[in-house]
Write a new protein. Structure first.
Length: 155
């Protein structure tokens, strides 16, 4: 005959401090450290990307204005610094627009024989491009591209 074992012991209950769920302080600190490392690497890269993008926009505006100046010359046999003749409202023109101007676009015309022009995009003082290592980006009527900053490899 089988005897059943009878015990008067109560069922085992989990310890009150071993609740399931939640995070420990160590786990939270590890996550915060990972986020800090990603931010320390990501923010400078993103800032550099924005600066490069704005510089490319300025270079494009300089070349577009140079093309407009050459087109004007082909029909008038002279260069102009009148903004309306080149499709602008005034010089210096903000790049990319008046609400977010990172560079100011300007044209300088040299009259005489031979006539010449220089178009430049200058970083706005105090703006996000003020510390651009390329400085002022320029192109002249011969297509010579230059920059005034410490980095001469900008074009």
């Amino acid at each position: 005959m089988l005897h059943s074992l009878k015990t008067d012991a109560a069922p085992v209950q989990p310890h009150p401090s071993s609740k399931v769920g939640g995070f420990t302080l160590i786990e939270l600190m590890v996550v915060i450290a990972i986020i800090g490392i990603l931010a320390a690497v990501g923010i400078p890269i993103y800032t550099s990307y924005l600066q490069t993008t704005r510089m490319e926009t300025a270079k494009s505006a300089v070349l577009t204005l140079a093309a407009a100046e050459q087109k004007y010359y082909s029909t008038n046999n002279t260069y102009t610094n009148v903004a309306a003749n080149l499709g602008y409202t005034s010089f210096p023109a903000p790049i990319p627009n008046s609400s977010d101007d990172y560079y100011s676009l300007n044209v300088t015309v040299i009259t005489g024989n031979p006539a010449a022009f220089t178009i430049s995009a200058t970083p706005v003082a105090g703006g996000p491009q003020a510390n651009d290592p390329c400085g002022t980006l320029s192109v002249n009527n011969l297509g010579v591209q230059s920059s005034s900053g410490s980095n001469q490899d900008c074009w």
